[in-house]
Design a protein around this ligand. Structure first.
Ligand code: PLP
Length: 487
C-alpha cells in the first residue's frame, strides 16, 4: 500500500485518508507519497483516447488503494465531481488561429470559473466520502488570492460533513470573485474578508499555519484545509497534464511544452510530478507576473521573499510558492533532512540560495519568465483583435510567455493552460480592449446572478485575525455540536 510521509521527515507514514483529512503533516511539512507510480509509454498510448473522467480514474487508481476506496466508489466520486461542469469534455482544448500549434487548455468550466474547480470538486467529494464513512465533521479553512476561495466555498456549500472558513484579502480580489463567496446562502459557508494584508494571500496562509500549530484548537474544531498544501489537490491536478498531452500530440513520445500561469506552484508541482511519473512533456514553463518568485527560484536558484506588487493578474500575486518544497523533495532523492534545513533557513532569514547542483536538479526541463502588466494587457488585446478569442489576465500571462520564448518552444506543439474565465475580471478586460462595452465572452450567467444577490460574511483586520478566528470558529463549532445533539 502506498504510504504518505512529510517532506520534512517528521511523524510516521500515514495512509491516503489520513494525509487528505489532515492537510498538513504533523511536523508542519507537506505530505508526499513514499514513491511515485511510473507509467510506461505503452500504457499512455493505450489511454490516448480516454475521456477526462476515465483518465482520472486510471491515474488516481495508482495513488488510491482499492481497499480504501473500491473501483465503483472512485468512479462515482469522479462522476459526481465533473458532471456539473459546463462542457461535456470537462476540459476543452482549442488551437489558437493566430499561433498555429499553440493550444489553450480551458480549465475553467466548473462552478466558479477557474482551474481550482478541477481540483477542488474532486478533493471535496473525496473528503466528504471519507467523513461520511467515519461519521465525522471537519472545519475547513482556506486562504485565497481570489479563486481557491470561491471553488472551496461552492463545493463545500450544503455538505453536512464540512464547514468552510474562507479568508480573502479585502480589496485585493475582484468584486466578482468576492461575490462568488459572499452570495452563497448555505449556512456552512463563512467568508472572511481581511483588511490590511500587505502581503496579500501570503499573510492569510501564515495565520492558517498558526492555527494549525495550536493543537488544542485544531482538535477542538477538527481543523483541516483544502488549499494546495493538501496532497489531494496535487494528485488530482496531475491528471490534466496527462489529459492535455494525450489530446494534443499525434503520438505518445512526441515533444510538447506546457506553459502555466503560476503563483504558489500547486499546479506546476503536479505537472513536474506527472513528468516524473512518465509523461514525456519536453518543457514545463513557469509564467510569472511581476511577483517573480518562481522565476527567481528557477533562473538564479534563489528562494526569497520580495515585497508584493499588485498586478492585473491578481490571483498569482503570490510571494511564497509553498509547493516548491514539495516538488524539491522529488528532486533530491527524498532527502527530508535537507528540505527541513532549507525551510528553516527560509523561515529564519527570508532567503535560501541553492548551490549549482541542486539548482540543476530541480530546474531541469523547466523554463521561466516574468511578464509585466503592459504585456499582459497587450496580449489580451492582440489575441482578441486577431481572432475574437478572449483571454483572462492569467491565461494572457501564459500566452505572453509562449510568445516571448518562441525561439525555445519552436518545432513542437505548445499548450498554454487557461486557468480562469475572463468574466471574473471584467475591469481588466475593459482596460485591455479599451471599450466600455464588454464582449459577451466577458460575462457569465453565474456572475450576473451573483450581482443581484445580498452578500453575507465576516470581516476582520489582519492584526487580530488569529484571535477573531479562534473565537468565531469555536463559537460556531459549539453551536453546531449543541444543534446536532438536540437533533
Ligand atoms: C487564475 C489562476 N491562475 C493561476 C494560479 C496559480 O496557481 P498555483 O498557485 O497553483 O501556481 C491561480 C491561483 O493561485 C489562479 O487563481
Amino acid at each position: 500500500m502506498l504510504q504518505y510521509i512529510s517532506n520534512k521527515g517528521g511523524g510516521d507514514p500515514v495512509d491516503l485518508e489520513t494525509a487528505i483529512l489532515d492537510g498538513y503533516a504533523t511536523d508542519g511539512g507537506l505530505y508526499v507519497p513514499e514513491y511515485l507510480p511510473k507509467i510506461s509509454a505503452d500504457q499512455l498510448a493505450k489511454w490516448k483516447s480516454l475521456s477526462y473522467p476515465a483518465l482520472a480514474f486510471e491515474i488516481l487508481s495508482l495513488f488510491i488503494d482499492r481497499a480504501a476506496i473500491s473501483a465503483e466508489e472512485l468512479r462515482q466520486i469522479i462522476q459526481r465531481s465533473y458532471q456539473t461542469f459546463e462542457k461535456e469534455e470537462v476540459i476543452p482544448i482549442k488551437e489558437l488561429e493566430s499561433r498555429p500549434e499553440t493550444y489553450i487548455m480551458e480549465l475553467f468550466y466548473g462552478s466558479t470559473l477557474s482551474f481550482k474547480d478541477v481540483g477542488l470538486s474532486f478533493l471535496i467529494n473525496l473528503v466528504d466520502f471519507f467523513l461520511q464513512r467515519k461519521k465525522k465533521r471537519l472545519s475547513i479553512i482556506v486562504a485565497t488570492t481570489g479563486d481557491t476561495g470561491p471553488a472551496a466555498a461552492s463545493y463545500i456549500a450544503g455538505k453536512s460533513t464540512l464547514d468552510a472558513w474562507v479568508l480573502y484579502p479585502k480589496g485585493l480580489i475582484t468584486e466578482e470573485q468576492e461575490r462568488q463567496m459572499t452570495t452563497l446562502t448555505q449556512q456552512n459557508v463563512h467568508p472572511v474578508g481581511v483588511y490590511h494584508c500587505p502581503d496579500g494571500g501570503d499573510d492569510l496562509d501564515l495565520v492558517i499555519s498558526q492555527l494549525y500549530a495550536n493543537q488544542g484548537f485544531k482538535e477542538k474544531v477538527n481543523l483541516s484545509s483544502v488549499n494546495s498544501l493538501n496532497w489531494g489537490r496535487i494528485m488530482i491536478q496531475t491528471v490534466h497534464y496527462f489529459y492535455g498531452y494525450l489530446q494534443v500530440v499525434d503520438e505518445v513520445g512526441d515533444d510538447l511544452s506546457m506553459v502555466v500561469p503560476s503563483g504558489g506552484f500547486g499546479n506546476l508541482c503536479a505537472g513536474g510530478i506527472a513528468r516524473k511519473m512518465g509523461l514525456p512533456v519536453k518543457q514545463l514553463v513557469i509564467a510569472n507576473n511581476k511577483n517573480a518568485c518562481l522565476h527567481r527560484i528557477f533562473s538564479v536558484g534563489r528562494f526569497s521573499k520580495a515585497p508584493l506588487h499588485e498586478t492585473v493578474s491578481s490571483a498569482i500575486d503570490i510571494l511564497i510558492p509553498i509547493n516548491f518544497w514539495r516538488y524539491l523533495y522529488f528532486c533530491v532523492n527524498g532527502d527530508t533532512a535537507r528540505i527541513k534545513q532549507w525551510t528553516e533557513e527560509f523561515d529564519r532569514s527570508g532567503s535560501v540560495q541553492f548551490d549549482q547542483e541542486i539548482h540543476q536538479a530541480y530546474s531541469d526541463g523547466y523554463l521561466s519568465m516574468s511578464i509585466s502588466d503592459d504585456m499582459t494587457i497587450s496580449t489580451i488585446k492582440d489575441v482578441y483583435e486577431s481572432e475574437q478569442y478572449l483571454l483572462d489576465p492569467h491565461t494572457a500571462v501564459s500566452v505572453a510567455v509562449a510568445n516571448s520564448l518562441t525561439g525555445q518552444l519552436a518545432h513542437h506543439k505548445v499548450i498554454c493552460l487557461s486557468t480562469a474565465h475572463p468574466a471574473k475580471f471584467p475591469g481588466i478586460i475593459q482596460r485591455a480592449l479599451g471599450s466600455k462595452m464588454l464582449p459577451e465572452d466577458a460575462t457569465h450567467p453565474s456572475i450576473e446572478t451573483a450581482k443581484r444577490r445580498c452578500q453575507k460574511g465576516y470581516t476582520a483586520d489582519l492584526a487580530h485575525l488569529e484571535e477573531a478566528l479562534l473565537h468565531s470558529m469555536s463559537a460556531h463549532w459549539e453551536e453546531n455540536e449543541i444543534r446536532t445533539t438536540e437533533d
